[in-house]
Design a protein around this ligand. Structure first.
Ligand SMILES: C[S@@+](CC[C@H](N)C(=O)[O-])C[C@H]1O[C@@H](n2cnc3c(N)ncnc32)[C@H](O)[C@@H]1O
Length: 274
């Protein structure tokens, strides 16, 4: 009974979030969104999900706090180094044939994936001909991505990952240490456009040569995954590349025919039907 009521309240809250703020979590994988909402209810101090909904609608400070529960921000620089090695060795040689490039990092979180790609492109001599679009729905995450400051405790792991990706430089060339933090060089974002963009409710970004969207689709249900993959298909230039996370695949999606495996084990695909 209690569980049933909670399920109804949950539906209503997701609907309210959409109607009032246009954040659409209605088709996220249900079990994990429910877990995170219930955690938010407790930690934000509400007795019921309905009370949380009332707070959300009447207290402007509540939306960003709730978003930080509903969106998972786990990330890492050069996460899965073999993905970056495959980009370096197999994708970059193709990208080098273009005079200018557009790269979309969708669901960029605090920027770890963006800075990894920016460093990779610098190392491969493509920094000056590339524009990066770094997007996310969480404004706090976008602000952190723009700042490019990470705890020094994380840097050992990031340095190891970078080396395993086939680094041509030292990670320390790209940051300065400052009171327990690594402050990444502004030059890495000289050609970056940061933007609030939802893969659920917003439009196509056209003519990308590479879209890297890792560990975002795992939070979506099947229909929403298809919708996002359709958006990627329509945003890619002819023969453009799409990189997904290690637990993600487009093989069983409605858009599988629009792509070919490019580096199968790294979930890197190429758009084939234009
Ligand atoms: C687990 S992080 C992935 C970070 C990074 N891509 C990586 O693989 O390390 C998931 C990110 O997706 C973002 N996200 C969730 N729903 C989204 C949506 N509808 N559109 C764009 N980004 C979304 C979250 O805010 C979060 O920053």
């Amino acid at each position: 009974m209690q569980g049933e009521i909670e399920d109804v309240e949950l539906e209503l809250l997701l609907e309210a979030l959409y109607l009032r703020f246009h954040y659409d979590f209605r088709h996220y994988a249900r079990a994990s969104i429910k877990r995170r909402l219930l955690q938010a209810r407790i930690q934000l101090g509400f007795a019921t999900v309905s009370a949380l909904q009332e707070g959300l609608l009447h207290d402007p400070s509540m939306l960003p706090r709730l978003l930080n529960y509903l969106t998972v921000q786990v990330s890492e620089m050069f996460r899965d180094p073999s993905y970056y090695r495959a980009l370096r060795e197999k994708v970059i040689p193709h990208l080098k044939t273009y005079p200018s490039l557009k790269v979309w990092v969708a669901g960029c979180s605090h920027g770890e994936e963006l800075y990894s790609l920016s460093i990779l492109f610098e190392e491969e001599g493509l920094g000056d001909r590339t524009i990066f679009y770094a997007t996310d729905i969480n404004p706090d995450a976008l602000r952190a991505a723009q700042a490019g400051i990470y705890s020094l405790d994380l840097i050992k792991k990031y340095t190891e990952n970078h080396q395993k990706s086939g680094a041509r430089s030292s990670l320390s060339d790209y940051y300065t240490a400052d009171y327990g933090h690594a402050v990444f060089d502004k030059s890495l974002r000289r050609h970056v456009v940061f933007s609030d963009h939802s893969l659920v409710t917003d439009a196509v970004f056209a003519e990308m040569h590479l879209i890297s969207c890792r560990n975002v689709l795992i939070y979506f249900d099947r229909d929403l995954q298809d919708q996002a993959l359709g958006l990627f298909r329509d945003s890619l230039a002819r023969k453009g590349f799409l990189g997904l996370g290690s637990k993600e695949s487009l093989r069983f999606s409605a858009h599988a025919d629009a792509f070919a495996d490019f580096v199968r084990e790294e979930k890197i695909y190429q758009r084939i039907d234009r």
